[in-house]
Design a protein around this ligand. Structure first.
Ligand code: 6PG
Length: 225
């Protein structure tokens, strides 16, 4: 993350990053907010976006914005105007339109993504219409797990990013990581996370021993791709 931000700042004077929701990013955020990492970044050029948000107010315990504020944003010198949260307190369609406006067309420099057990990422779920997920930069979806209302980046801004990094840790993710990576690069992947395939950007998976435990021969296959 520090490297991506530094490369973007050097090249364009600004770094546009999209944070992931859920619980996995917490330790990463905390690390970024501590020395030496917090001092390694010129935060004045960083713009923070989100991959997705739950349709709840920003102080709701389920809010991805609230999680990021508590673990990162309150601890780094970011100008409030550089924090582009998805307005979860608004009606979803309104929040999505406002966010698409804020996001604009410029590529994101870094998109952090989590992975759900059903193969979802951001808030693109297995039953999210693929046409909508592919054609809309920002879309409204429904999660099978409360809070149901979601606003999410579509595959366009994700696959248009300069770097995409999945964070998937722990034994609970092992089966899904293996399924997603087995589908990666195939014609019509069933799992949304397998449709993350940056057009020209880099794709990284940050796993631990437990979440990588079922990779087995998939790892060898991937090395061949
Ligand atoms: C969300 C996230 C979602 C999350 C995965 C993994 O809003 O819930 O964007 O895509 O990243 O569900 O969640 P955990 O990190 O909590 O396992």
């Amino acid at each position: 993350a520090v490297h991506c931000i530094g490369v973007a700042l050097a090249a364009r004077g600004e770094a546009r990053i999209a944070l992931a929701g859920g619980g996995t990013p917490r330790p990463l955020h905390r690390r970024l907010a501590e020395s030496p990492w917090v001092d390694a970044v010129d935060w004045s050029g960083v713009h923070v976006f989100w991959g997705d948000e739950r349709c709840v107010p920003p102080d709701d315990p389920a809010s991805n914005y609230r999680m990021a504020r508590e673990t990162l944003l309150d601890h780094i010198p970011l100008d409030p105007s550089a924090i582009h949260r998805i307005a979860g307190e608004l009606p979803a369609k309104e929040a999505a339109a406002a966010y698409a406006e804020q996001l604009g067309d410029a590529p994101l420099d870094l998109v952090l993504l989590g992975l759900g057990g059903d193969g979802h990422t951001a808030s693109i779920f297995p039953d999210t219409p693929i046409r909508a997920a592919s054609d809309q930069a920002v879309l409204v979806t429904r999660s099978p797990v409360a809070p149901a209302g979601r606003v999410t980046l579509g595959l366009g801004p994700i696959n248009g990013a300069r770097t995409v990094a999945f964070l998937a840790l722990g034994p609970g993710k092992a089966r899904t990581v293996a399924r997603v990576l087995a589908e990666f690069g195939t014609e019509t992947p069933a799992l949304p996370a397998a449709r993350v395939h940056p057009a020209s950007g880099e794709l990284h998976w940050f796993l631990d021993g437990e979440s990588a435990a079922e990779l087995g021969d998939v790892r060898r296959e991937l090395e061949g791709r």
